[in-house]
Structure formats: C-alpha cells, structure tokens
Design a protein around this ligand. Structure first.
Ligand code: ATP
Ligand code: MG
Length: 137
C-alpha cells in the first residue's frame, strides 16, 4: 500500500475549504494516517520546495506557503500518489480538468489550494519532513 504527502495550502485553509477537501479524500476511499494544522517555518518551506530554488517564483512561493496555517495530511491507498494528484488537477487551475480541486476552487497557479507529492521518492522525503513516525497510524 502506497503513502503520499498532501497539503491544504494557506489559501485553502483561509477560505474554509478543509472540510470539503477532507470529504473528497474520504469519498475516494483513501485513509488519512496523519493530519495536522500548522504554520510552516521558512526552513521547512525552503526544504519542501527545494527543487524550485532557482525558479523566479521561489521567493513568492515560500512567502505564500509560510504566510498562514496549512493542513498537512498523510494519505494511504492504492496508487495514492498519482490518484491524489489526479484529484488535485493541473498546477495551473486554468488547465485543470473539471471536477478537480484546483478547477473547482483555484484561479491562479501561485495559489492553487493543495499540494501532492509527485513521486515515491518525494512522498517519502516530504512525509519525513512533516511527520514523525510516531505521529502516523
Ligand atoms: P505542488 O508541488 O504544490 O503540489 P505541482 O507539483 O502541481 O504543485 P510544481 O511544479 O511542483 O507544481 O510547483 C510547485 C508550486 O509552485 C505550484 O503548486 C505553485 O504553487 C508554484 N508555482 C509553480 N509554477 C509557478 C509559476 N509559474 N508561477 C507562480 N507559482 C508557480
Ligand atoms: Mg510539485
């Protein structure tokens, strides 16, 4: 059984979307094995998004993701890494398929409501960054 790291970003939390997003996860059948609302430190944000360090939007991205509480979620399920990314939709909400979280709730690439690990390696790294083993079911 696969695990992934999901996050409701500050825009989603601020807009009260947490219950709706958790309901979609539950309906889909994924198991929530870890969950916490927290403010991300600059250090954690820079590590989490380290692959984007050289990109022009990196500063803005770190400001945004540390700018308010997020909800960090550990999910378990069959092919949950790709499945959760499919539920989120494309990075740019304008390209996101109808019915996806980003299509339904986001309008900009910068503030696109949710995050999902993009590979087994990212999932392991990101889960370790946000959760201790004793915090997960
Ligand atoms: P995430 O990693 O947050 O799940 P993603 O994997 O769909 O999103 P990435 O390419 O990893 O997309 O980009 C990480 C995040 O950086 C995006 O979700 C978005 O918030 C921000 N981002 C990406 N590209 C841009 C851009 N061109 N302008 C502004 N922000 C961007
Ligand atoms: Mg990504």
């Amino acid at each position: 059984m696969e695990r992934t790291f999901a996050m409701i970003k500050p825009d989603g939390v601020r807009r009260g979307l947490t219950p709706e997003i958790l309901a979609r996860i539950q309906k889909k059948g994924y198991r929530v094995v870890g969950l916490k609302q927290m403010v991300i430190s600059r250090q954690t944000a820079e590590s989490h998004y380290g692959e984007h360090r050289e990109r022009p939007f990196f500063g803005e991205l770190v400001e945004f993701i540390t700018g308010g509480p997020v909800v960090a979620i550990a999910l378990e399920g069959e092919q949950v890494i790709s499945g959760w990314r499919a539920m989120m939709g494309a990075t740019n909400p304008a390209n996101a398929a109808p019915g996806t979280i980003r299509a339904d709730f986001a309008t900009t690439t910068g503030e696109n409501v949710t995050h999902g690990s993009d590979s087994p390696e990212s999932a392991e790294r990101e889960l370790g960054l946000f959760f201790g083993n004793d915090e997960l079911l």
